[in-house]
Structures are given as structure tokens and as C-alpha cells.
Design a protein around this ligand. Structure first.
Ligand code: EPU
Length: 337
């Protein structure tokens, strides 16, 4: 365990923003983590996983703790299901591929989502009709306050759309160290009705899809729509899709006949923020070295050496414009630091 000083966080956030951490430590085992969180000389701490859901807007004056524990193991199994434990520092997509190679089903629709296993429950990652919560069994987390481990069952986590207890009451109070998933060994339940998946499978000429096929289809769709953070800095969807009342939606359809929506409840619908942002004229707009992605308006991008503050200001301009045009507030999905 080696605490370093004045380290650039550029390699540790998928937006590729170059800010400096006054102190930085990469932690690869639980005992070191327990020691680190007890250090009195660093009162301000920031926990970093895959850095895929944050926009860094300034240098960090405290200690950045980079969670780097690896390891995947089978905890138990019966004829139909298996409980797999993955440590927090495992790369999410590599974990998905490990499951697919072992023919364990449940998270294939979540292929190619950037980030690490330990941060995935915080925002209940989701894509193509599936969310992490659907296969989440439990997680272990270390409490900053008591320095002890606590287990969170699914029912403890209050999972919602891009939301969990770790974004609310438990925010900044715990470090998730491992996650247990309940996956299927056979009779996999496939979610392929999400339009783009069905048509992609058709394109691939697959008639009886396996979890491997679904994963491949999702990878193709994501690669065609979303920029690869290794090539263009980004944090996936920058905003959440807003939920509005049916009444407001009906009023909007008078002026915007093609506005898409997904039913949420009897009185509410979800509207794709990407559509609102595109209609507001921002899709593909480039402002020097940052902008809005050309294939998915929900994704803000860093073309190289952009400042976090510039991207933050662009996001505020988008929010203001969408609000003015549609009277809808769109909330950020990424954490701003
Ligand atoms: N749309 C546009 N213009 C755009 C983008 C989207 O008009 O530039 C409209 C289209 O009508 C399209 C609809 O929005 O049919 C939905 O678009 P898409 O299928 O790309 O999904 P999304 O709602 O924009 C959400 C997630 C993504 C996830 C996809 C697929 C959120 C905030 N985002 O996006 O998640 O991959 O569904 O399931 O819920 C992420 O969280 O980082 C992320 C990429």
C-alpha cells in the first residue's frame, strides 16, 4: 500500500478529465482498506471505482481511494441457479463476459457498460430492459463510521431507476467491497423484446438466441450508438430520463406530435431525455474540445483536454433550454465533483 502525492486522475475517470488528487492510494485488499479509512491525517476522502459515472470539475485536496480488489468466485449453486461473488474492483464488462463464458444468465443485457462491479449497485445500472437489481442478491460494504462490514440484501437497497440507498441515506457512508449475484444456469430468461435487440438478432440471423447471442447483440448496438470512453471521453448517459404527468404529456403532444414516451404508472410517463435534447438542437454540437455526441444526445463528450467545468456549464445550458422549451427538468445521472 503506497500513498502517492499529486496524482493526475485522468486515467481514473472515463470522461478523461485531468484534475489532480493531492493524495492517492490504490487498494487491493480489505485489510489495507480498513487501515486506510482509519487514517486521521486524511479527513477528506473520495472513493473511486471505475470512474465511469462522474464529472470531475476541480482538483481534490484530500485522499482518493482507488478500489482495486479483484476476484470472482462461486459461493453456492443448485441445479438451476448459482450465486457468484465478484469483488468491487472487477471491471463490469469483464465480469459479464466471465458469466457468459460460464453460461450463467441474467446480466447479458448489461454487456459493455463501463465501470466496476462495486459501483454498479450505487446507480442500479440498467440497459435494454434489464437492471442490476434483477440479479442482485446482496453486497458487502465497509462502514466509514464503524469500520465494520455490513451486508445489504436486495430489499435493503431501495433500488429504483438509476437509484439506490447508496445515492440517498447511505451516500458516502459505505464502500461496497463485493457484490453477490443470483444467476441462472439453465432455462435462461431472455429479454429481447427491447426493439433494437430483436432487430439486431435478426441482422445476425439468430433464430433461437442464447445469452451469448444477446450479449453480442447488445455490444453491437452499444458500439453503434455510444462512444467508447477509451477513444472519446464520456460518462454514458449524462442525464436521467424524466418522468412527467400524463396531463403534461398530453399538452406537449399538441405541439410535439412525435414525442416518444414509456408508461410508468396510471398517471405518469417517462420521456427520453435524448429526444428532448435532440429537439433542443444540441445533438452532435461541438464546442471546441467538448460537446454532445452525434449518435446519442444524452451523452456529453470530451474530445480531448476539456475542462470539467466547461462540460458542467454545457449541461446547465442544456437543462435550461430543455426546461424553457418543454417545461421539463432533466436531472443529471452522473455525480458532479
Ligand atoms: N432519442 C432521440 N435522440 C437521441 C437519443 C434518443 O430521439 O439522440 C430517443 C429515441 O426516440 C429513442 C429513445 O430516445 O428511441 C430511446 O433511446 P435509447 O434506446 O438510446 O435509450 P435512452 O432512453 O436514451 C437509456 C439509458 C441508457 C441505456 C439505454 C438502452 C438512461 C438515462 N439511459 O437511454 O443507459 O443504454 O436506455 O437501454 O436511462 C447509461 O445509463 O449510461 C446508459 C447509456
Amino acid at each position: 500500500m503506497h500513498i502517492q502525492n499529486n496524482i493526475s486522475l485522468k486515467p481514473y475517470n472515463t470522461f478523461g478529465i485531468d484534475v489532480t488528487a493531492k493524495h492517492f492510494v490504490s487498494v487491493s485488499n480489505i485489510n489495507d482498506l480498513k487501515q486506510i479509512i482509519s487514517l486521521k491525517e486524511f479527513p477528506e476522502k473520495l472513493v473511486l471505482g471505475g470512474g465511469s459515472n462522474m464529472l470531475l470539475t476541480k482538483d481534490f485536496d484530500g485522499l482518493v481511494i482507488h478500489i482495486n480488489f479483484k476476484g470472482i468466485e462461486i459461493i453456492s449453486e443448485d441445479d438451476d441457479t448459482v450465486i457468484v461473488k465478484a469483488n468491487a474492483g472487477e471491471n463490469w464488462h469483464e465480469f459479464v463476459l466471465w458469466c457468459i463464458n460460464n453460461d450463467f444468465g441474467g446480466i447479458e443485457n448489461l454487456s459493455l457498460i463501463p465501470g466496476n462491479v462495486g459501483t454498479a449497485p450505487i446507480q442500479n445500472i440498467g440497459a435494454y430492459g434489464v437492471e442490476l437489481k434483477d440479479s442482485f442478491e446482496s453486497c458487502e460494504a465497509l462502514s466509514f463510521k464503524t469500520k465494520t462490514f455490513q451486508s445489504f440484501k436486495k430489499s435493503d437497497c431501495n433500488f429504483g431507476y438509476r437509484n439506490s440507498i447508496f445515492k440517498k441515506e447511505a451516500k458516502n457512508k459505505f464502500i461496497i467491497t463485493s457484490v453477490n449475484f443470483k444467476l441462472t444456469k439453465n432455462n435462461h430468461k431472455l429479454y429481447i423484446n427491447y426493439g433494437a435487440i430483436t432487430s439486431q438478432l435478426e441482422l445476425m440471423q439468430v433464430t433461437s438466441p442464447t445469452i451469448q447471442d444477446v450479449s453480442k447483440a447488445v455490444i453491437s448496438i452499444r458500439e453503434s450508438k455510444l462512444p467508447n470512453p477509451k477513444e472519446i471521453g464520456n460518462s454514458g448517459s449524462f442525464f436521467k430520463n424524466p418522468v412527467i404527468s400524463k396531463k403534461q404529456f398530453n399538452i406537449l403532444t399538441e405541439n410535439f406530435k412525435d414525442i416518444p414516451s414509456y408508461p410508468i404508472s396510471e398517471n405518469e410517463v417517462k420521456v427520453p431525455a435524448g429526444w428532448l435534447i435532440e429537439k433542443a438542437g444540441f445533438k452532435g454540437k461541438q464546442f471546441g474540445n467538448y460537446g454532445v455526441h452525434k449518435n446519442q444526445a444524452l451523452v456529453l463528450v470530451n474530445y480531448g483536454n476539456a475542462k470539467g467545468l466547461d462540460i458542467l456549464n454545457l449541461s446547465k445550458l442544456i437543462q435550461k433550454t430543455v426546461n424553457r422549451l418543454f417545461d421539463i427538468s432533466i436531472e443529471t445521472e452522473v455525480n458532479i465533483l
